[in-house]
Design a protein. Structure first.
Length: 373
């Protein structure tokens, strides 16, 4: 039987699209299932502020009367305005190991994007550069850390088989505390502190509204020159911050500002790896998933450096060494001795150099693909 691809009605069939992921990954012990409630929020086109400047279409494929795959097609007007291009995106791709099915899904997404004036299809973006992105192409032997993607190896082969080409690789560095906080790192960060008189302060969660204004400005200004970067709107940042506050839990010292002359010039955010708690919640249910998060955060043994940035005019002075030193010193106080710095662009010279200073190992690679349509 030929492959049948159908666009879903988001209002009535979103749940079916979300749960279809379990059909392909549910038996893979390396996959950390998301909470269903989180996926519903992410794909809620009425409540998620991303969709105020973006459109999304959801597709499923069937073969021999059985579900065989899913994909989303996404346009992001803010991306096109910033980068002056006609790039559309695919995301939320899951599929049987069947090139015919994959081709049909990619064709459907490409046709939808082309009808909206796009000339290139890029992905995976789930659904944007500020969310979970990339196809895992190296490092299949361990589960993903919080807010990182996972897929079996054949997904990349399906992309290659369709004619996608690599646009950019994103690296995830494994960090071991006992080798990271080295005498060299300690000397470097101490010298930088003394020379520039910089200090750090934790984010004050008792006045989070005011702190978010500072965070948003630092985030957007620090990353505006990065490949693919699109500044988050005020509403998008608030939407994300509300979730991240819950993930931090008792690890509030994992969010801090870097100050020079009392003025914030940088920011770092590290998250405890809640995937350690969620990986056993195979159905993605709120209970016991959310209960495990609330009660188990203190037992987590891994963390991920999600964001670390310094304003462009303050770079190349070694300030990142101070933040890395603080991050892993604080992680040790929480009993965390392994972490991940991710993701880092393969051609981001400064950040890759900093990772080497920490004796970090690039143990996972995630790929962004492009294809002309």
């Amino acid at each position: 039987m030929a492959v049948q691809v159908r666009e879903l009605d988001i209002a009535t069939e979103r749940e079916r699209f979300i749960k279809l992921q379990w059909r392909f990954l549910g038996q893979d012990p390396k996959w950390a299932p998301p909470l269903l409630m989180d996926r519903r929020k992410l794909l809620d086109t009425k409540k998620n502020p991303f969709y105020r400047h973006a459109e999304i279409a959801l597709f499923i494929a069937e073969k021999d009367g059985q579900p065989a795959g899913r994909i989303a097609a996404i346009t992001n007007a803010n991306h096109n305005a910033v980068h002056h291009d006609k790039v559309g995106f695919f995301g939320f791709f899951d599929c049987a190991d069947d090139q015919e099915v994959a081709n049909a899904l990619f064709d459907a997404a490409a046709a939808w994007l082309k009808a909206r004036g796009m000339d290139t299809m890029r992905g995976p973006m789930n659904p944007s550069i500020n969310d979970e992105i990339g196809m895992l192409v190296k490092g299949f032997d361990s589960p993903p850390l919080v807010l990182m993607t996972y897929n079996p190896p054949y997904y990349a082969a399906l992309c290659d088989g369709y004619g996608f080409v690599k646009e950019k690789d994103l690296l995830a560095y494994a960090i071991h505390n006992e080798t990271t906080v080295s005498p060299k790192l300690e000397r470097v960060q101490k010298a930088v502190r003394e020379r520039y008189k910089v200090t750090l302060r934790d984010v004050d969660f008792s006045r989070l509204k005011e702190e978010i204004v500072i965070l948003r400005d630092l985030y957007n200004r620090s990353w505006e020159d990065n490949w693919g970067a699109v500044a988050m709107t005020d509403a998008e940042f608030d939407f994300l911050a509300a979730d991240l506050k819950q993930v931090l839990g008792s690890h509030k010292d994992f969010a801090s500002f870097l100050l020079r002359d009392g003025v914030p010039i940088g920011f770092s955010l590290t998250l405890p790896d809640i995937n350690e708690l969620l990986i056993s919640n195979r159905r993605g249910w709120l209970l016991p998933g959310a209960f495990k998060m609330l009660t188990g955060l203190k037992t987590v043994k891994k963390s991920r450096i999600l964001v670390l940035g310094v304003l462009p005019e303050h770079r190349d002075k070694g300030f990142d060494a101070i933040m890395y030193y603080e991050i892993w010193s604080r992680a040790a106080r929480h009993g965390i001795f392994f972490g991940e710095a991710s993701w880092i662009l393969e051609d981001n010279v400064m950040m890759n150099r900093a990772a080497k200073l920490m004796n970090a190992d690039p143990y996972k690679t995630y790929r962004i693909y492009d294809k002309a349509i």
